[in-house]
Design a protein around this ligand. Structure first.
Ligand code: FAD
Ligand code: NAD
Length: 468
């Protein structure tokens, strides 16, 4: 039996990054992935393909709605969904091949097959042809990720009632796409098809979209999605079931008055969250415990209740984000090498890749109120930014929350053009415990979208914004 210092089960962004860092630190490393293609949810059916389609659909939307105003006359553009999906596949293929290269470069042994514990140090790998190979590993990192959740009464047939995975492979643009769940997946994929011409109805249990984010971002995103893409929102609606025929789907829900409502469309995307994936891992053979939400239970060091077994990413508590999984992969690898790494979970940014983009880090106003913290608010609207006017991206704002006494930045909440990239400045500022005044005294290139961050900080430090 081949012996390893460390084995990682699951080749997503948590797993493959952990493997690279373990190998860099001199450990003999194995990575087990059940699919032939590495990269997990993120690279194959998540972050990368959804962003590829978001970019394509944004080009189409701009061609239809904005080119003429820019002085570009073209023939009325048409959607070629087959080509759009084909390009997306190409992007995924290229990205996944990059991971194969990184595995070879770092001399990581990759096993393709389903990994499970025989005991706490022996791992079985079941191949597609039914054969089983066993390896011995001193330490193991579980990075098996997550799968889409569903709801009682919903039959995901993968044809009319679909998850994000099928929504990334449609062969036609839906006429009416009903989305259950106004979270990140629903709004990103809803934007793709909304831009391509679908009517989009979002059925949401709560009274707002992206409910975990600062309320001001929910409000502005809802306004813009209604204005630009004619999204319809049904809030406080609890979905109770779906019924699909060959060409149509009916979604039933209970509204706030407890009345049954029916919505008819040609596709229904179920986007009500994801659940940790631990099936058939043989956790009982190793003695690894789950928590009360089915996630692998870990301590602050991401160690399970079994001494030599760790877990990271979507399969453990915390935000289900690729960069969180990656940080955790590096964190565990460095601990195994005797280092003392650190993750500040408060400073893991969250981004929604709609247009305008939504990005945030740190505490929301709702959280600050709940904690009884005294804070100041500084904000700056993109309509006052010269760069935003030049690109006609004037929806949204940057909002900075700073401690009322010390002026330390406690949270930054942005909605607007390229805020997914802009949020990095806020993360750095907060990592270094910057005050709003610190940022307001730093030069930001003109004209850039980032000047809005400086202006919001100026606004927080004594209402000194220069351009409002
Ligand atoms: P995964 O990426 O789920 O990887 C787990 C891997 O383990 C899989 O490849 C699986 O096949 C494998 N596996 C499971 N069990 C076994 C086993 N027993 N043996 C062998 N292999 C096994 N996050 C962002 O940060 N930004 C985004 O823009 C973003 N967009 C997303 C869009 C969509 C549509 C979706 C669905 C998700 C998106 N996410 C995004 C979330 C992101 O994909 C996840 O947070 C991330 O992939 C989690 O990484 P992971 O390594 O923990 O798990
Ligand atoms: P989510 O948790 O973001 O949103 C799910 C939504 O469904 C919530 O608003 C919830 O209130 C609603 N809901 C739940 N039950 C309902 C019901 N019965 N009827 C109506 N609405 C109901 O989950 P998601 O959008 O499925 O995304 C899953 C995970 O993937 C998230 O944790 C997210 O972090 C990750 N993801 C991240 C990105 C990104 O970083 N840009 C993109 C896509 C996905």
């Amino acid at each position: 039996m081949e012996k390893f210092d460390v084995t990682i089960i699951g080749g997503g962004p948590g797993g493959y990054v952990a493997a690279i860092r373990c190998a860099q630190l001199g450990m003999k490393t194995a990575l087990i992935e059940k699919y032939p293609s590495l990269g997990g949810t993120c690279l194959n059916v998540g972050c990368i393909p959804s962003k590829a389609l978001l970019d394509s659909s944004e080009h189409y939307y701009n061609a239809v709605h904005h080119f003429e105003e820019h002085g570009i006359d073209i023939k009325a553009p048409k959607v070629n969904i087959k080509q759009m999906i084909e390009r997306k596949r190409g992007v995924v293929k290229m990205t996944v091949e990059g991971i194969n290269f990184l595995m070879k470069k770092n001399k990581i042994t990759v096993y393709t097959g389903f990994g499970s514990f025989e005991n706490k140090t022996t791992i079985q790998i079941k191949k597609d042809d039914g054969t089983i190979e066993k390896i011995e590993s001193a330490k193991t990192i579980i990075a098996t990720g997550s799968k889409p959740s569903s709801l009682p009464g919903i039959d995901i047939d993968k044809k009319r009632v679909i998850t994000s995975t099928e929504a990334l492979e449609l062969t036609e643009v839906p006429k009416h796409l009903i989305i259950i769940g106004g979270g990140v997946i629903g709004l990103e994929l809803g934007s793709v098809y909304g831009r391509l011409g679908s009517k989009v109805t979002v059925v949401e249990f709560m009274d707002r979209i992206i409910a975990g984010m600062d309320g001001s971002l929910s409000k502005e995103l809802q306004r813009v999605l209604k204005k630009n893409l004619s999204f319809e929102f049904l809030f406080k609606h609890k979905v109770t079931g779906t019924k699909a025929t060959a060409k149509e789907v009916t979604v039933t829900a209970l509204n706030a008055k407890d009345e049954t409502v029916e919505i008819k469309g040609d596709y229904c995307l179920v986007a009500v969250g994801r659940k940790p994936y631990t099936e058939n891992l043989g956790l009982e053979n190793a003695g690894v415990k789950l928590d009360n939400r089915g996630r692998i239970e870990t301590d602050n060091h991401l160690k399970t209740n079994v001494d030599n077994i760790y877990a990271i990413g979507d399969v453990v508590k915390g935000a289900m984000l690729a960069h969180k999984a990656e940080e955790e992969g590096v964190f565990v690898a460095e601990q195994l090498a005797g280092q003392k790494p650190h993750i500040d979970y408060n400073l893991i940014p969250g981004v929604v890749y709609t247009w305008p983009e939504v990005a945030a880090v740190g505490l929301t106003e709702e959280q600050l109120k709940e904690q009884g913290k005294k804070y100041k608010v500084g904000s700056f609207p993109f309509k006052a930014s010269g760069r935003a006017r030049a690109s006609m991206d004037t929806d949204g704002f940057v909002k900075v929350l700073a401690d009322e006494v010390t002026d330390e930045i406690l949270g930054v909440h942005m909605i607007g053009p390229r805020t997914a990239d802009m949020i990095a400045e806020a993360v750095i500022a907060m990592e270094y415990k910057a005050s709003a005044e610190d940022i307001s005294r730093m030069s930001h290139a003109h004209p850039t979208f980032t000047e809005s961050m400086k202006e919001a900080c100026l606004d927080a430090t004594g209402k000194r914004a220069l351009h409002i």
